[in-house]
Design a protein around this ligand. Structure first.
Ligand code: GCB
Length: 737
């Protein structure tokens, strides 16, 4: 097979008011030239609707079978050749291929219709990230002879490679070929090269059969401790001559999971300290290059993470390749964020999961396949349990070696059936941001573990927003300051880290990312929970906190590079470092020596500032960092969000005295309250209309807490009064954790 890039030569236009169903023919004008990868989304034009991409394909006379290969098309995609529809692909993130018929005149007129409107039969149709639209990943032409691998088999390269390690420590590679061969005597000849390029195994079988290769004591893919990769060349032979070749990179490793102890890689315990990543970068949005993806992984490498959650959908192949090369363990997942009873949506989820697994099964970095994220936001209903069980079944059938996973919404009770379906469970927890205090993690996790000690639990998300322009000497919840984010991570991570029974955790998020529905913290269309800014140009202070905890590359980092106008006579200086001691210099003179407190931080209280400029430098051995603070007379106004001056930050949760351990409260989800007749009766007494809407219509997310739901659409004072009354009665009704 030969591949040709189809990056250039495209004409693009929007087709507002049309749908794939009402589309009949292309307009004559209004097209613009575009180069792939391309998205039409921008923060200033968030068009959601139908679009068309067109181009010509000139056939060479000797081309036999020609396939179009789309690495991703966002999100409902219909492909036409010379006016004939070839295929429809539903879902923005997986690769798909379709064969092009030979055109009579040697030129194909290609039209690709794309629609990114909300479609309740395609996942995701809900989520805190942008549905960009576009041919945002490479499109290629694959040219093959008469006999070739089946490139249309779930978008794979026609070989499903499952690599494992047996009890003796030998590698076992099972290869399942999918070919299109005109001759029944076609064979597959497989050569496996070791990381140094020497032949490690060789085998031949009929093209219709699976074959197995053994490698004695292979070099094991061992995460960041070493990530040797093997290369498989699979050749399709007909009449003894090579007809097609597929190449895959893979690795051998063994995974084990224990509820009490976490994850084991090749027999050794490996606590995952990870970050999550969305695929968009800055104002390129989803249309990014392989180099940009690699640069993201350089940053993930630099922070010292050993795992990455590629959320909330299938990422580009370059991302899994980077993870393979750098020894990062990957949580891969499908975009299932709202599960309804619509069978079409369920079919779509099954297809997306099958594609995700078959297209990525050879990547040694992947340790689990995520089947859902926070679906309990809306309900916790039996049909969801059945669908999740079926998705788990797909994982176990296609890839019994790896784990199925789910990321659950924090208020979901430990006893929920949703915690019993997948091999491992993650919880997305945001104490000190959406609810509670940042110090609540430890106690909550201990109570959870006591309630379900046999559950392999981890933290699939935790984090808070910050805006690089906002700063505070006394960081507070929801002030969006860089300092609150840093302090929050300093406080939260040790609580997670010290629970040795957790399999690990993922910071939400490594990078700020695009979320068209957002407008908060002084920024529009961005989720600001990243440790690095959306354009990747700035590493926030919190980035260096994790670097101090995870990386062994010596460094010191002075916090406050952007918090330079200081209106205090003395300030507290924080230095993030992985060194034992740090010296602080003030205006060139030694000021004090500080000790790393064991949490990657050296704190220097009471550093006096002179009028004007003050140069601070932190040093430890060969490494140093410096910045200049300016002593100002009035607080810098741009450091605060307008309308949030002292006391004005509305925080519903700061004064939370609603919870009574062991009893219901307004902090329970609507789901849980409606499920218990006595608790439901309290709601019916005070808010009968709301109960009717909640139970009869699928519009209110029942995974939210009662308090949260009551706070919508009501005057705050009124909401508080009714919340108090309801809470007082709920507090009398017993509830199991
Ligand atoms: C979550 C979601 C994630 C959001 C995040 C947030 O729990 O899983 O998609 O982006 O919270 O920032 O609110």
């Amino acid at each position: 097979m030969k591949s040709y890039s189809l990056a250039g030569g495209w004409q693009f236009r929007k087709l507002p008011e049309l749908t794939p169903e009402t589309f009949t023919q292309l307009p004559e004008s209004g097209f613009e030239e575009v180069i792939l990868p391309h998205t039409w989304y921008s923060d200033d034009d968030q068009y959601r609707g139908l679009t068309a991409y067109t181009r010509e394909i000139n056939w060479e006379p000797d081309w036999e079978h020609v396939f179009l290969s789309f690495d991703g098309a966002d999100q409902r995609c219909l492909v036409y050749a010379d006016g004939e529809m070839l295929c429809e692909h539903r879902g923005a993130y997986s690769r798909f291929r379709v064969e092009l018929p030979r055109p009579a005149q040697g030129v194909t007129q290609l039209t690709v219709l794309l629609d990114n409107r909300l479609d309740e039969t395609i996942s995701p149709h809900f989520g805190d990230f942008t549905i960009f639209g576009g041919l945002y990943r490479p499109v290629e032409l694959l040219v093959c002879g008469k006999n070739h691998f089946d490139y249309t088999y779930h978008g794979t390269d026609g070989i499903i490679a499952r690599a494992g390690v047996d009890e003796n420590g030998d590698g076992v590679l099972t290869l399942e070929p999918h070919v299109c061969a005109e001759r029944p005597d076609a064979t597959i000849v497989c050569t496996l090269l070791d990381p140094c390029g020497r032949t490690a195994a060789f085998g031949e079988a009929s093209a219709g059969e699976s074959l197995s290769l053994r490698v004695e004591k292979p070099a094991l893919w061992n995460g960041r401790r070493g990530a040797p990769l093997y290369t498989l060349h699979a050749e399709l032979r007909v009449d003894g001559t090579a007809a097609d070749l597929t190449t895959l990179r893979l690795g051998f490793r063994k995974l084990r999971l224990s509820a009490g102890e976490g994850l084991f890689l090749n027999g050794e315990h490996l606590r995952l300290h990870g970050v999550a990543r969305h695929q968009d970068i800055g104002r390129k949005y989803s249309a990014v290059s392989g180099e940009e993806i690699r640069a993201d992984f350089d940053l993930i490498d630099d922070i010292g993470a050993n795992a990455v959650r590629l959320s909330h959908y299938q990422h580009a192949q370059a991302a899994y390749d980077c993870a393979d090369e750098r020894g990062l363990l990957v949580w891969a997942e499908i975009p299932m964020l709202k599960m309804t009873e619509d069978p079409a949506l369920f079919e779509n989820a099954k297809e997306q999961l099958t594609d995700l697994i078959l297209q990525n099964i050879h990547h040694p970095s992947v340790f689990c396949w995520g089947i859902q994220n926070e679906i309990a936001m809306f309900k916790d209903a039996p049909y969801m349990h059945e669908q999740c069980a079926a998705l788990h079944g797909i994982v176990k059938t296609l890839d019994p070696e790896r784990f199925s996973a789910c990321a659950n919404l924090y208020p979901l009770k430990p006893k929920s059936r949703l915690n019993e379906i997948t091999d491992l469970v993650g919880y997305n927890i945001y104490f000190g941001w959406y609810y509670g205090q940042m110090t609540d993690y430890g106690d909550y996790l201990d109570r959870f573990h006591a309630a379900r000690p046999a559950l392999p639990l981890g933290i699939s998300e935790y984090g808070v927003d910050s805006n690089l322009a906002l700063h505070s000497e006394e960081p507070q919840i929801k002030d969006y300051s860089e300092e609150y984010q840093a302090l929050w991570h300093e406080t939260v991570y040790p609580q997670i880290e010290s629970r040795s029974w957790l399999w690990g955790s993922f910071v939400w998020n490594m990078f700020d990312f695009s979320s068209a529905r957002r407008n908060e913290g002084g920024v529009k269309f961005v989720n600001g929970k990243g440790l690095v800014s959306r354009d990747r140009l700035t590493r926030k202070d919190a980035f260096y906190y994790y670097k101090a905890r995870w990386s062994s590359e010596p460094f010191v980092h002075l916090c406050g590079h952007r918090f330079t106008k200081r209106c205090r006579d003395t300030v507290e200086i924080r230095v993030y470092t992985n060194q034992k001691t740090v010296q602080l210099l003030l205006n060139g003179a030694f000021f004090a020596e500080g000790k790393n407190n064991g949490n990657g931080t050296a704190v220097f209280p009471g550093v006096p500032l002179n009028r004007g400029e003050n140069r601070l430098e932190a040093r430890s051995g060969q490494v140093s960092d410096a910045l200049v603070f300016e002593r100002v007379d009035t607080p810098e106004p741009s450091y605060r969000l307008p309308g949030t001056d002292s006391g004005e930050v509305k925080n519903w949760f700061l004064t939370d005295d609603y919870t009574r351990q062991g009893y219901f409260s307004v902090n329970d989800t609507a789901n849980d309250v409606l499920d218990e007749p006595a608790a439901r009766a309290v709601l019916e007494k005070y808010v009968p209309g709301l109960v009717k809407v909640m139970t009869e219509k699928n519009v209110i997310p029942l995974g939210l807490t009662v308090k949260n739901i009551l706070s919508h659409d009501a005057d705050p004072a009124e909401a508080e009064a009714i919340t108090k009354k309801i809470n007082a009665e709920l507090n009398e009704i017993e509830n199991q954790f």
